[in-house]
Design a protein around this ligand. Structure first.
Ligand code: SAM
Length: 317
């Protein structure tokens, strides 16, 4: 990708560099917050978990909201944890865990750091590596969301908030129906900074309110379905007794979540790019290219650079 390629002239990519964010995704969380204000009440931001957090732009937003912009004198009681499979460069006030969100040990580690207190806010911007096999990719993405939800049900306090990335695939209304059993309000939101051409959207789940007789418990030997046993949402299932043998939901199970676009018309269009003209080029030559906010922790080209520096890099014959 050249320095003036379309992706690099993306307005949010540029804005992220100017404002010190590691990724343009920061604006997705900020624009969701403009609509729902879940990060605006400090009393509800004492214990926060950012799942699938690398390279860390959501954690940067959270850290600024919880600590840098805090009006409270004493921030000692606040804890912000960022979890990802990938290593992350440190961020002020963020406890980073290199871990798999699908593993029960990760939950145990988070609870230990929180001193067994519950979280006020959990978010997940998770995306698995894409294989290119559409059905498989959709399935793995669904599993990742369900894993994030499982973990969330074990750590979120009553009335807490959960925000997660989803892809609006064929069966997404099943997820909305399931979430309706756990939260008072579920909205599907698309921030302006999320590309219009992408199926990506975010579920904003407000007011965690699980069935009172249900106690979620993560167990590596249990399937997701078994996990949600005892909670009404396990009653939702596919029925295949129809003529064309395609799975369909049983009657009355489909739920369409309210859809909301957020970010306001004054914010940039995610599919727009800025362009250089000759005048800008001559005035701004040395300012045009901005360095990355954070270098990658362990880039695949690191070894090649080391070999080159020591004069040992040779071309394959
Ligand atoms: N919100 C991040 C930000 O603002 O910088 C970007 C997140 S990126 C789109 C998706 C992340 O999900 C990747 O870093 C990937 O490593 C992580 N991920 C995927 N599966 C995971 C898993 N099972 N456990 C932890 N992290 C996972």
């Amino acid at each position: 990708m050249g320095k003036s390629s379309k992706d690099k002239r993306d307005l949010y990519y540029r804005k992220a560099k100017e404002e010190g964010y590691r990724a343009r995704s920061a604006y997705k969380l900020l624009q969701l917050n403009e609509e729902f204000h879940f990060l605006d009440n400090e009393d509800n931001l004492k214990k926060v978990v950012d799942l699938c957090a690398a390279p860390g732009s959501w954690s940067q937003v959270l850290s600024r909201k919880m600590f840098t912009e805090s009006k409270e004198v004493d921030n000692k009681n606040k804890k912000l944890i960022a979890v990802d499979l990938q290593p992350m460069s440190p961020i002020d006030n963020v406890i980073t865990l290199q871990a798999d969100i699908t593993h029960p040990k990760t939950l145990a580690r988070i609870l230990e750091i929180f001193g067994n207190e519950k979280a006020d806010f959990v978010c997940s911007d998770g995306a698995p590596d894409v294989t290119g096999l559409h059905d498989l990719d959709e399935y793995v993405q669904q599993q990742l969301i369900m894993s994030a939800l499982q973990l969330t049900t074990c750590i979120l306090k009553q009335n807490g908030t959960f925000v997660a990335k989803i892809f609006r695939g064929r069966d997404i209304d099943m997820l909305y129906s399931q979430l309706g059993y756990l939260f008072d309000r579920v909205v599907c939101a698309k921030p302006r900074s999320s590309r219009g051409t992408s199926l990506e959207a975010f579920i904003v789940c407000l007011g965690y309110n699980p069935p009172s007789n249900w106690e979620p418990k993560l167990d590596i030997n249990k399937s997701i379905e078994e996990f949600f046993n005892g909670c009404k949402m396990s009653q939702l299932s596919l029925s295949d007794d129809n003529d064309n043998k395609l799975p369909q939901w049983k009657d009355g199970q489909r739920e369409i979540a309210k859809f909301m676009s957020c970010g306001g018309l004054q914010s940039f269009d995610s599919d727009a790019t800025y362009h250089y003209d000759d005048e800008i080029l001559s005035n701004l030559k040395d300012k045009l290219s901005l360095d990355p906010v954070q270098s990658p922790t362990n880039p695949p080209y690191k070894k090649a650079l080391e070999l080159k520096r020591s004069g040992k890099l040779t071309r394959a014959v």
